[in-house]
Each structure stands twice: as structure tokens, then as C-alpha cells.
Design a protein around this ligand. Structure first.
Ligand code: PNS
Length: 163
């Protein structure tokens, strides 16, 4: 039987911490679906299509693109996506106690809704201070985000396409 896990997130943009969690999930599960969850009520920095492109390029550059599907989901619950593809496991990265506090209610609700279990993985602590919101803030103020994001993302953010 093929094991399948879903790694959801906003990925606005994908960071080195996300990449670390995706790689760890891929080491455990046969197939991993990285799902960009589009929240229309949240103002995003990057359109979903660009987020998908940057995740795909980052996975390719890191040599971890096979057995990983990159897609988006904007209609209904995340567990609806899980049911559509037959996934019973979500993977989330945990950097701190604050992440546990934030993720625990969602994990319980997802289990109540559709028996989808959440597995928490610990990324390399070197990435514990890294978040997409921090990257967005540094980028908005003209700072260098290259220590926090894959090369494909920093190249894009330094390009004329972004500014
Ligand atoms: O990268 P983020 O912004 O921390 O990701 C949060 C995300 C997208 C994983 C979370 O908001 C989510 O799971 N959204 C799906 C909406 C949903 O199904 N909600 C009900 C159960 S929690």
C-alpha cells in the first residue's frame, strides 16, 4: 500500500523551513502532496500560481521533486482535498510552543471532520525563526531574504517581475 501525506500551507512564499518539512515528510511517506491553500479573506503577497511555481522550482533545485505533487486548494475544507485524493495524514512543521498551540485545535478539528490525523515534524532548529510573514516583511522593506528562502524564491524576489 502506498502511503500518502498532505503538507498544506499558504507558502507565501515557500521558505527553507517549509522545504525542510517537505523533505522530512518525503523521507517518511511514499508520496507527498504539497497543497497551497488559498484563503480569499487573507491578503497575499504572491498569487497562487506564482507560489506553486516557486515551490516546484525549489523542490527541483533541491533534488526532491519526485514523489511530490504540488497543487492548490481553494474550494472548501482542507480535509475535502484529503478525501478527494485518499490521504489520511496531514504533516505540519513545529518550530515552537506557539506552533503547537496554533496547530492543535486545527489537528483535532480535522480529525473530527474526516478522521484525518496530523503528524507534527520538527524542522532543523536553524530554521526556527523563519516564517513567510517575516520574509514578506523583510521583502516589503527592501531587505535581503536570501538567508530564509530557497534560491528560486530569492532570485524571483530580487527580479524586476517582483518589484
Ligand atoms: O501556512 P499557514 O498560513 O500557516 O497555513 C495554514 C493552513 C492553510 C494550513 C490552515 O489555515 C488550513 O488548514 N486551512 C484550511 C481551511 C480548513 O479546512 N479549516 C477547517 C479545519 S482547521
Amino acid at each position: 500500500m502506498t502511503s500518502l501525506a498532505v503538507v498544506p500551507g499558504s507558502f507565501d512564499p515557500v521558505t527553507l523551513g517549509h522545504l525542510d518539512v517537505i523533505e522530512r515528510a518525503r523521507n517518511i511517506f511514499d508520496e507527498v502532496h504539497v497543497v497551497v491553500v488559498h484563503n480569499p479573506s487573507k491578503t497575499a503577497m504572491l498569487p497562487v500560481a506564482r507560489r506553486l511555481e516557486l515551490i516546484e522550482a525549489s523542490l527541483r533545485d533541491a533534488g526532491i521533486s519526485d514523489r511530490v505533487v504540488v497543487t492548490s486548494w481553494s474550494v472548501g475544507l482542507l480535509v475535502d482535498y484529503c478525501q478527494e485524493v485518499g490521504a489520511t495524514v496531514l504533516v505540519k512543521g513545529i518550530r515552537s510552543e506557539a506552533d503547537v498551540t496554533y496547530e492543535t485545535p486545527m489537528a483535532i478539528v480535522n480529525r473530527d471532520l474526516a478522521k484525518v490525523e496530523t503528524v507534527f515534524l520538527l524542522p532543523d532548529p536553524a530554521h526556527n525563526h523563519v516564517s513567510s510573514s517575516l520574509v514578506r516583511q523583510v521583502a516589503a522593506l527592501g531587505g535581503d531574504v536570501s538567508p530564509y528562502v530557497p534560491a528560486a524564491v530569492s532570485r524571483f524576489m530580487a527580479s524586476g517581475d517582483f518589484v
